[in-house]
Design a protein around this ligand. Structure first.
Ligand SMILES: *Cc1c(COP(=O)(O)O)cnc(C)c1O
Length: 347
């Protein structure tokens, strides 16, 4: 049996939805994109949504819409994919890298220490589906961009994430909570920001007065997104159920499992175990056909040669992501827990 680290769940209805658009002849950005924007905004609870080509382009437009320019600083955590760093560099601003808390999310204390007169925004990813410390971040009084690429449907104090910052971005890459293959969205309640992003997404029949991009989504991607969105509540329920099973099975062993305060509800985009022996676990799981991964390939501060990021270093050295996604069958889950428990017993 081979259990990949992640795999999207595409069913017959998804395929029909895409085929329908392809057969219609109207395949580029059109009515389906508009419908998808409306539905995602509704799901999260935002006034406006703008669908784009990726989470990274969503971040880029979000930064530009805040008026971020050369010399401005934008705060991001070290323990995250390089998309955040790149979107800031593309906006000609300076990424300011800060450390994380033990739950892998941005440390509000580190953010506070990094603030200065050039700070124009903070990007807060809800890592692995678990909400960041939103209250403390919002109170710092700089615009917060919520990065919900991994966390659609997660809740913070009984409210869905994506409702707390000035702008929210999503990603619909193949392995995210729902997929359009590649894709993203910007969400906001601010009509000026909405208009600004809508303007910049495309160039055709538009003025030369602002910098514009071709960041559009196609209608056949939006059709897939709409079809996937109908299953999102089920996807989340299934992810939580599998996480519950893993917790039951793995708790007897000497490893650290995800722990959540009662005011946060995770969607378990990833299931992360922490152990000094993660390399051995990964290797032995691989031998059994179970693909576990480092959830972040290299922390940004290490890439840049920066020091004194104990939280991020600790996560990098100990975190291992165990496959968890709605497509996993009962049989696969049994096989996985059986083998992983056997490995944990040996080490
Ligand atoms: C995937 C991801 C992104 C980037 O999204 P793409 O669609 O791959 O460009 C940004 N932030 C986080 C937290 C992500 O997981």
């Amino acid at each position: 049996m081979i259990i990949p680290h992640s795999s999207p769940l595409i069913d017959e209805k998804d395929i029909q939805a895409v085929s329908g658009v392809l057969a219609s002849g109207h395949i580029a950005q059109g009515e389906k994109v508009k419908e998808f924007e409306k539905e995602v905004a509704e799901f999260v609870g935002s006034s406006y949504g703008v669908a784009v080509s990726s989470g990274t382009s969503a971040l880029h437009l979000a930064l530009l819409s805040l008026g971020i320019k050369k010399g401005d600083e934008v705060i991001i955590p070290s323990y995250v994919c390089s998309s955040l760093y790149m979107s800031i560099v593309q906006s000609r601003a300076i990424p300011r890298i800060v450390d994380i808390n033990p739950d892998f999310n941005l440390s509000p204390v580190s953010v506070k220490n990094a603030l200065n007169s050039r700070t124009k925004a903070v990007i807060a990813p809800h890592m692995f589906g678990t909400p960041a410390e939103l209250d403390e971040l919002i109170h710092l009084d700089i615009p917060v961009i919520e990065d919900c690429a991994q966390s659609l449907g997660a809740q913070y104090r009984n409210k869905k994430v994506g409702n707390f910052g000035r702008i929210t971005i999503c990603s619909f890459y193949a392995t995210k909570m729902i997929t359009t293959g590649e894709g993203g969205m910007v969400l906001t309640n601010d009509s000026d920001i909405f208009q600004n992003i809508l303007e910049r997404r495309e160039y055709d029949k538009k003025t030369l007065k602002i910098s514009r991009f071709n960041y559009k989504m196609t209608d056949f991607q939006a059709a897939l997104g709409l079809s996937q969105l109908k299953k999102l509540d089920y996807f989340i329920e299934r992810r939580r159920m599998i996480a519950e099973t893993y917790k039951k099975q793995f708790s007897p062993f000497n490893i650290q499992l995800p722990e959540l305060p009662s005011y946060k509800k995770s969607v378990f985009y990833r299931y992360i175990i922490m152990t000094e022996k993660k390399d051995i676990v990964q290797k032995r799981a691989y031998e059994k056909g179970i693909i576990c991964e480092r959830p972040v390939s290299t922390p940004i501060h290490q890439e840049l040669g920066l020091k004194q990021f104990p939280g991020s270093d600790h996560a990098f050295d100990n975190a291992l992501s165990i496959p968890l996604y709605p497509k996993l069958t009962g049989k696969e889950i049994d096989y996985l827990t059986d083998k992983i428990c056997a490995i944990l017993r040996e080490i």
